[in-house]
Design a protein around this ligand. Structure first.
Ligand code: NAD
Ligand code: LMR
Length: 325
């Protein structure tokens, strides 16, 4: 069956890094034909057409059509996968709070369009920031879609954490298992090494405590800002790569003996208020995310998780006050 994948903000930087990988089969696997639906705002339609021309010019064997629209009702019609990328990126000096206001209006109408027009098996990944709360806004506008189908991306943070730890210990990424990002995709996120395993040993015991607390955590949590500082624009290819990883694992499952990180609606696990879209250690089985249960959380981790979850509570309350959920 051909899978329809809708990408919003298709003419943006992440869109450009993402669409070719989807069309080449890296999102869903080498046996799944895809149809792309590109949603953009009206002034960016021409640029989206240019990208579509380039997609045509790749002659991807799995690509079975491209639609371009500025109407969410058309773009999400029959969609099986929705990658909500289009948003206003944070620029140097801009605070996350400003983003709530600027982006809130985008995700309500898109959620409604998904509710009314997407396929029954729709899966939604929100990439556009503030991703967790944008996902909550879209979800609340889509009461007929199971809540669990709305997720937000912390896979980039997860991959950053793997890479930082691999470099520190001089081990290949393939040796590292059970990394976890907890909470919000923001500087409050908590990358947790207390359950991470490196060649069977607990990662937190292989590094100095000072490195873990004063270097590892802030480097991962502030990497987005560091990329903006260096490139003058937010991460694009690495964000697209993480989106591919998230959806690929959601659809195809996570490998035995490992888990990953994704922001999914909380069921109350680990004291995270039910309904918040917060990052957890997760596995994907039979096309569904499940939160890894039974991990012991020490006092240090508890405090870090609570701080990030508190930020999510505040974002939720702020968008509630703005009438966005
Ligand atoms: P960009 O500015 O290059 O592209 C955004 C695109 O979205 C633009 O083409 C714009 O026209 C489009 N757009 C704006 N409003 C839209 C709407 N209502 N419907 C459809 N399209 C719309 O930005 P980018 O670099 O591609 O980043 C996109 C978002 O992803 C930003 O919010 C950025 O902060 C976020 N991001 C998230 C992560 C993460 O890990 N979750 C990582 C990197 C970037
Ligand atoms: C990132 O983590 O790279 C981005 O979310 C940064 C940003 O604010 O766009």
């Amino acid at each position: 069956m051909t899978v329809k994948v809708t990408v919003t903000g298709a003419a943006g930087q992440i869109g450009y890094a993402l669409l070719f990988r989807i069309a080449s089969g890296q999102l869903l696997g080498p046996d799944t034909p895809v149809k792309l639906s590109l949603l953009e705002i009206t002034p960016a339609l021409k640029a989206a057409e240019g990208t579509a021309m380039e997609l045509d010019d790749c002659a991807f064997p799995l690509l079975r059509g491209i639609e371009i629209s500025d109407d969410p009702n058309k773009a999400f019609d029959g969609a099986n996968v929705a990658l909500l990328v289009g948003a206003r990126p944070r620029t140097a000096g801009m605070e996350r709070g400003d983003l709530l206001q600027a982006n809130g209006g985008i995700f309500g109408p898109q959620g409604r369009a998904i509710n009314d027009h997407a396929a029954d098996d729709i899966r939604v990944l929100v990439v556009g920031n503030p991703a967790n709360t944008n996902s909550l806004i879209a979800q609340s506008a889509a009461p007929d879609v199971p809540a669990e189908r709305f997720t937000a991306m912390t896979r980039l943070d997860h991959n950053r954490a793997l890479s930082q730890l691999g470099a520190k210990l001089n081990v290949p990424i393939t040796e590292i298992k059970k990394m976890t990002i907890w909470g919000n995709h923001s500087a409050t996120q908590y990358p947790d090494l207390y359950h991470t395993e490196v060649a069977g040993k607990v990662a937190a015991e292989l590094v100095e405590e000072a490195w873990l607390r004063d270097t590892f955590i802030p480097t991962v949590a502030k990497r987005g800002a560091a990329i903006i500082e260096a490139r003058g624009a937010s991460s694009a290819a690495s964000a697209a790569n993480a989106a591919i990883d998230h959806v690929h694992d959601w659809v195809n499952g996570t490998p035995e003996g490992d888990w990953t990180s994704a922001a999914i609606p909380s069921d109350g696990s680990y004291g995270v208020p039910e309904g918040l879209i917060s990052s957890f250690p997760v596995v994907s089985k039979n096309g569904k995310w499940e939160i890894v249960q039974g991990l012991e959380i020490d006092a240090f981790s508890r405090e870090r998780i609570d701080a990030s979850v508190q930020e999510l509570v505040e974002e939720r309350d702020a968008v509630k006050e703005l009438g966005l959920i």
